[in-house]
Every structure is written in structure tokens, then in C-alpha cells.
Design a protein around this ligand. Structure first.
Ligand code: SF4
Length: 363
């Protein structure tokens, strides 16, 4: 189950997520509506099947301890009997405080995911983001008091900035985080960052090469992390179960404004604005076809670097692969971009930076 909290303290210059800075006046209405949505959609049968909860945003802890506590209470009231093995909470350094510890400590399988994005002050500022590197380190220390399962998010591919890899080895040696997500900066329409690029004040991040990812992978491998998904690294036993569920195409519910879920071959997107969701506008729904699920299978499984794409599983789910698909897979193996191991195909080191091209070539 995914819960979207659409509030942030301030808006980062590059952000394309649905998040509202400084909208504290709307928090009570959000919590009340979320309570109704949770109670209405999570029937006892469904609640009994929820295995992971991911509270994302926005920045969920921008609600502050009292309202964040209400949010957790709303969820745990309905999920009391669920076999939940993992709770993930996204948070940002400026809003993570020790006041939150008593609220989260008892959650089973608690993971805290901190949006640090960069490890030096000047790089955080270059991105048009609030906060400092010291705040990030302090927040990680405070998070480690709640759970050993702490992760950080980083942004790669900023043409003017060196890779964060140069600080990462020291960082993870000093602070024993167990998970790192590292995504490339992408240019989102109608953001200040896009305007800066347009005005020549920032270089277009689309021009960045894959080097940052290789350097981060090398630094984290030296520290004992496994590179298990194109953009995700974990110490052994600390992969994100919730996100593995997405990559394995498991059903999930999306609650809150702009949240998307997939359940029994129907993709459901809640209204994209807080106002629309509060007003009870209906969700957009799409019946997924077998062909769509097949494409998603190919795309998502190749993202999993050790597991890869298993043609036997593909056949069990969708029937025998088409001659075009088997020919495309063989072509990629011959070109050295995929590695074949029995019925499994995995991206090679050479294929990793070309993953989008490799995947597109399979359709
Ligand atoms: S903290 Fe995250 S969601 Fe909020 S504005 Fe920044 S990038 Fe967007």
C-alpha cells in the first residue's frame, strides 16, 4: 500500500512530484479525507493482504509530529491485523527530529528513507534545495536511533557537479545506512530548474553521461552494498520489499492525492490535485491488457540486475515469447549488452548505461 502525502516545507527547484509547499492550512482536511479513503477502500479482506506500507510524498514528516502521529494512527487502526512486514517512511532532513521517534519505533520492519540528494552544502544549494549537508548527517544519526534500516536518496547526473561518489565511501563508513537510491536528475516542465536551463544558468541534465552511476556503484560495492536495481543499492538483506513488489508487478493500492495503484488488472490514479481529491472527484482507471503487462514485465525485470528477466516465468504468465522477442534478446546477448544464464537474461555492465535502449529494442 502506498500513501501519498502532498506537503513539503519548500519546493525544490527541480521537483516534478505533486507536492505543495507551505500548505499547512490544508493538513486537517487532508487527514480527514485520507481517513475516509482508508476506511472505505481497505475492506477487512483487503487489509488482511497488505504486506508493506510506503508513506511517500512530498515529505510526509513535514506534517509535524502531531499530525504525522494522526496519520500513522489512521493507518494502524485499519491495518491492525495485517501481516505487515515492512513500513517505509520517506522524510527530509529538515523535518526529521527525535520527537518522531516514539511514533515510529514500534512499526514492524521500519525503514526510514532520507532525501539527502547531495552530501555537500554547495551542491544542495546548486540544485535549488533547502537544507545543509550537516542537517543530513544529523538526520541520519537521529533516524538510526529509530531503526537500523535507514536509507538515503541521491541525485546524479548534474553536469556542473562531480559525482557524489567521492564522499560516499566516507559517509557510509561513518553512518551505517543500509540502502542508497541514486536517480539521475531529469528536467521537469514548469519548474524553476527548467527555466534556469532555458536561460543558460544551468546545463541540461539530459546531456549528462552514465559515469556518476558507475562511480557510485564502485564506491558502494567497496562498502559491501549490492547493486540490485539500476538505481538502488542495499546491504545484504536490506532491499526494499515494497519497491520489489512494484518491479515484480504485485498488486498495490495507492491512497491520497495523485497516488496510483494497480489491482486485479486495473490501474487506478487518484485525482492529481489535492483540491480534486478532497472534493471526491473520481479516479482515472485503465483496464490493463495482457500486452501492457507483458511490456511492463520486460521493462521492470531487466531493471533487477541480479534477477533479470526469466523467459520461463514469462512463458508461464504470457505464453511463449514471440520470435521477434527471442531474436531481440539473442541480438542483445551477441552485442554484449545482455548476459544469458539459462532462461534468464540480465543487463551486462556494458548494457547498464544503455538500459533504456536495450529495453525499447525488445518491444
Ligand atoms: S522534498 Fe521532494 S517532493 Fe518535496 S519539493 Fe523537494 S523534491 Fe519535491
Amino acid at each position: 500500500m502506498y500513501v501519498h502525502v502532498p506537503f513539503c516545507v519548500s519546493k525544490c527547484a527541480y521537483c516534478g512530484f505533486y507536492s505543495l509547499p507551505g500548505a499547512t492550512g490544508q493538513v486537517s482536511a487532508f487527514l480527514a479525507r485520507l481517513g475516509s479513503e482508508v476506511r472505505q477502500r481497505l475492506t477487512p479482506d483487503l487489509a488482511a493482504r497488505v504486506g508493506t506500507v510506503f508513506i511517500g510524498g512530498g515529505n510526509p514528516t513535514s506534517l509535524g509530529p502531531a499530525d504525522f502521529g494522526t496519520l500513522l494512527q489512521t493507518l494502524t487502526d485499519v491495518l491492525g491485523g495485517s501481516p505487515i512486514g515492512e513500513w517505509t517512511i520517506e522524510t527530509n532532513p529538515e523535518t526529521w527530529s527525535r520527537d518522531l521517534l516514539p511514533l515510529v519505533r514500534g512499526l514492524p520492519g521500519l525503514r526510514l528513507s532520507l532525501g539527502l540528494q547531495r552530501l555537500r552544502d554547495e551542491e544542495i544549494a546548486w540544485l535549488g534545495r533547502a537544507g545543509t549537508a550537516a542537517q543530513g548527517r544529523q538526520a541520519v544519526e537521529a533516524a538510526l536511533e529509530a531503526t537500523p534500516n535507514v536509507g538515503i536518496d541521491l541525485i546524479l547526473g548534474v553536469p556542473e557537479l562531480p559525482s557524489p561518489a567521492r564522499d560516499l565511501g566516507t559517509f557510509v563508513a561513518a553512518l551505517p545506512v543500509r540502502h542508497v537510491s541514486a536517480y539521475f536528475l531529469s528536467l521537469e516542465e514548469d519548474t524553476p530548474y527548467a527555466a534556469w536551463v532555458e536561460a543558460g544558468r544551468r546545463a541540461d541534465p539530459d546531456a549528462a553521461g552514465p559515469e556518476d552511476l558507475f562511480e557510485v556503484a564502485e564506491a558502494l560495492a567497496a562498502a559491501g552494498f549490492e547493486h540490485y536495481e539500476i538505481s538502488n543499492f542495499a546491504r545484504p538483506g536490506s532491499r526494499c520489499r515494497h519497491n520489489l513488489g512494484y518491479w515484480h508487478q504485485q498488486d498495490y493500492l495507492g491512497l491520497g492525492p495523485a497516488a496510483v495503484g494497480t489491482f486485479e488488472m486495473v490501474r487506478r490514479a487518484n485525482p492529481g490535485s489535492l483540491a480534486g481529491w478532497l472534493a471526491g472527484e473520481p479516479p482515472a482507471t485503465e483496464e490493463l491488457t495482457g500486452a501492457t503487462r507483458q511490456r511492463e514485465f520486460l521493462m521492470l525485470r531487466l531493471r533487477l540486475l541480479q534477477e533479470g528477466l526469466d523467459l520461463e516465468e514469462f512463458t508461464r504468465r504470457f505464453g511463449p515469447p514471440s520470435p521477434a522477442l527471442t531474436a531481440a534478446l539473442s541480438r542483445e546477448v551477441a552485442a554484449g549488452r545482455l548476459i544469458r544464464d539459462g532462461s534468464r537474461y540480465r543487463l551486462s555492465a556494458a548494457g547498464l548505461p544503455l538500459a533504456n535502449q536495450v529495453i525499447a529494442g525488445l518491444f
